[in-house]
Design a protein. Structure first.
Lengths: 257, 385
């Protein structure tokens, strides 16, 4: 279970506060979605949960399974079962996809439970097959020369191999054609069970047709302003953020106003 | 109890010209130049003790069938004086150049001689690591590739933990000869000095691939002389320095004649509190129109305390040429490091992955797959201790 209490976060580069008293709880087994206008702190939130060095928590707490994350390093958080699917996955020349995923899987496990190469390749084959990923993927360097869609698919492949307890998926649906969107959704749905939860950050409701969320949150100006079921997303799509803001009487400036 | 040079030469059954040359070198050495950077590698004279010399050709059966000679240098000096007298420390590494060279000649303890016969294409790599006694201080390899030959040659260090280690390698290529040379500098000596110089005749081609994975203070000198019209050389060097290591890497290719081409590619990792200096020179002489000189240096520093420095130098005396250089010293990419960490990979292991990733593009250039694998193994071993 992820619990965020009265979180305030600033961007290190310019000292600007972007998360301003955010509360969020994601119980095990649930898929939550965060929607919100541009520049409202959605990506900052996901990177802060993961411990990106670009952001600092100025007050508040993030707990995962009742363990405080605030001062843990990124790799320690990952080993507790957190995963982030990035909006812009980094390219790393010289590091093969296959070696990277194997290293990541083994990093999660104590020395005596390391995954053998054979076991790993077997599982990798199965997951790649499931996600319709071509074979040459593995021998290519990590994300190097991958198209936008290939990168996102690769994030989902990593998620399914690593089997995290909580996956934060930051705009995993952006830049995808309909086929790729279906594959990505299929991967997320395959992961769903009582021990897995997800936080999907998105601009559009189209992924929600394939991945039915348990809760939809709307973020504005660094806070969650309203939460509901997936009908909330539909209302948003119909009326836009400005209408919702005015209805709720929130004093938030939208970037595109 | 050390023997005198004369006694040592006699026990080795060295021909008289060689014994005399060594004694002259010992006498003249103090008169030759030495700069401050070289002074640290002006080692104390080693003990000259009699060693058992293998007089036979040590090339593999197949290589011997092709006419390849790989044998002890002292033995070869007797058998092939016409090949050795005019080439040994006269063309690629000139013994009068500085004090280090003269002392090396005077106190040489162990050497190897390799000859690739003309117009032979030798497919299977020739491993010459066992031609010398690795735990000696002053060692030498003389490689002659005759006209029209083609070969892949490998040398790997196998020393234990000696104080000082110097190996000078000379490669001489005849007209149209081609050599790919893999040099794995894996010395564990406290001070290591490696020299790899070459002399190329017309249309010869030399590609050197060096893994500079020494453990302590080290100096690497490579000077390639493109003397023959149309000759071509590439230096590919990867290096890794860690702990309190100090590393100096001096590479130079000189275009002496027209239509020559020299390329230097270097990539290095500097970790912990290590320091690496790359001093890279491309020189095009006036008599070398239509020539090409290019150098690329990249150093990646892994910690705040590690220091990397690159001095790229281009000396161009003819204006009808193409020349360029690129150099960068940079820290590990923070975004890449973060990405690896988000997958639970600890910082130390993430750095190792990025280290490998940084060096692999150069390793992949080596044409022989077996040697590429060996380079990877050497890299893994160096990274892990």
């Amino acid at each position: 279970m992820l619990e965020i209490k009265n979180l305030h976060v600033k961007i290190n580069e310019n000292d600007k506060e972007v998360i301003k008293g955010l509360n969020l709880t994601i119980p095990d087994g649930e898929v939550h979605v965060i929607m919100g206008p541009n520049g409202t702190g959605k990506s900052t939130l996901s990177q802060t949960i993961m411990g990106s060095p670009k952001y600092s928590i100025t007050s508040g707490e993030i707990e995962f399974n009742h363990k405080k994350l605030n001062d843990l390093a990124t790799d320690e958080r990952a080993r507790l079962g957190l995963f982030i699917g990035m909006q812009y996955p980094t390219e790393i020349s010289g590091v093969k996809n296959v070696d990277f995923i194997h290293a990541a899987m083994n990093a999660m496990k104590p020395a005596e439970q390391k995954v053998s190469v054979l076991e790993f390749m077997h599982r990798l084959d199965k997951v790649m097959d499931f996600l319709d990923i071509p074979e040459d993927y593995t021998d290519r360097y990590l994300n190097e020369g991958f198209s936008g869609g290939e990168k996102k698919r690769n994030e989902i492949l990593q998620m399914m191999m690593i089997q995290p307890q909580l996956a934060i998926l930051d705009e995993i649906d952006s830049g995808l054609d309909i086929d790729a969107l279906k594959v990505v959704s299929k991967g997320i749905n395959e992961m769903r069970d009582d021990n897995f939860s997800a936080l999907i950050i998105t601009h559009y409701d189209r992924i929600l047709k394939y991945v039915r969320p348990d809760v939809v949150h709307v973020m504005m100006d660094g806070r969650v302003v309203i939460s509901g079921d997936y009908h909330l997303a539909e209302q948003l799509e119909a009326g836009g953020y400005a209408t919702l803001r005015d209805r709720l009487g929130i004093d938030a400036k939208l970037v595109d106003d | 109890m050390s023997l005198s040079i004369q006694e040592f030469a006699k026990k080795n059954n060295e021909p008289q010209w060689l014994a005399v040359k060594r004694m002259v070198a010992a006498k003249m050495a103090p008169n030759f130049a030495i700069d401050n950077q070289q002074r640290n590698f002006n080692f104390a004279k080693p003990n000259l003790n009699q060693q058992k010399i293998n007089f036979s050709n040590q090339a593999s059966d197949q290589h011997q069938k092709d006419g390849v000679i790989a044998m002890d240098l002292f033995a070869a000096a007797n058998q092939f004086p016409e090949l050795i007298q005019e080439n040994f420390m006269e063309k690629a590494i000139y013994w009068r150049d500085n004090q280090l060279n003269a002392n090396h000649l005077a106190y040489l303890q162990s050497g190897g001689f390799v000859f690739i016969p003309d117009n032979k294409y030798i497919d299977e790599p020739i491993n010459i690591s066992n031609l010398i006694q690795h735990d000696n201080q002053e060692k030498h390899l003389l490689i002659i590739a005759a006209a029209g030959s083609a070969s892949n040659i490998i040398f790997e260090d196998k020393n234990t933990n000696i104080e000082n280690d110097r190996l000078m390698i000379e490669v001489l290529l005849g007209d149209h000869a081609k050599v790919n040379f893999y040099d794995a500098a894996l010395s564990k000596a406290q001070n290591t000095h490696r020299v790899l110089n070459a002399y190329l005749a017309q249309n010869a081609e030399l590609n050197t691939y060096t893994s500079l994975f020494n453990h302590f203070n080290s100096r690497y000198d490579s000077n390639i002389d493109l003397d023959g019209v149309g000759s071509l050389a590439t230096i590919n060097l990867i290096n890794l320095a860690d702990k309190q290591q100090k590393q100096l890497i001096k590479t130079k290719i000189v275009n002496q004649s027209e239509h020559t081409s020299g390329t230097i590619n270097e990539r290095g990792i500097v970790a912990d509190e290590a320091r690496t200096i790359c001093d890279t020179t491309g020189q095009i002489k006036q008599d070398a129109p239509n020539s090409y000189s290019d150098q690329t240096n990249r150093l990646l520093t892994l910690s705040k305390e590690s220091k990397g420095k690159i001095d790229p130098i281009l000396l161009i005396d003819n204006h009808d040429v193409i020349a360029g250089h690129a150099a960068s010293v940079g820290r590990v990419n923070a975004d890449q490091l973060y990405y690896l960490k988000t997958r639970g990979i600890p910082a130390k292991e993430a750095r190792l992955l990025l280290t490998r990733g940084f060096l692999i593009p150069l390793i992949n250039k080596f044409p022989d797959e077996k040697i590429r694998k060996q380079m990877m193994i050497n890299l893994e071993e160096r990274i892990n201790g």
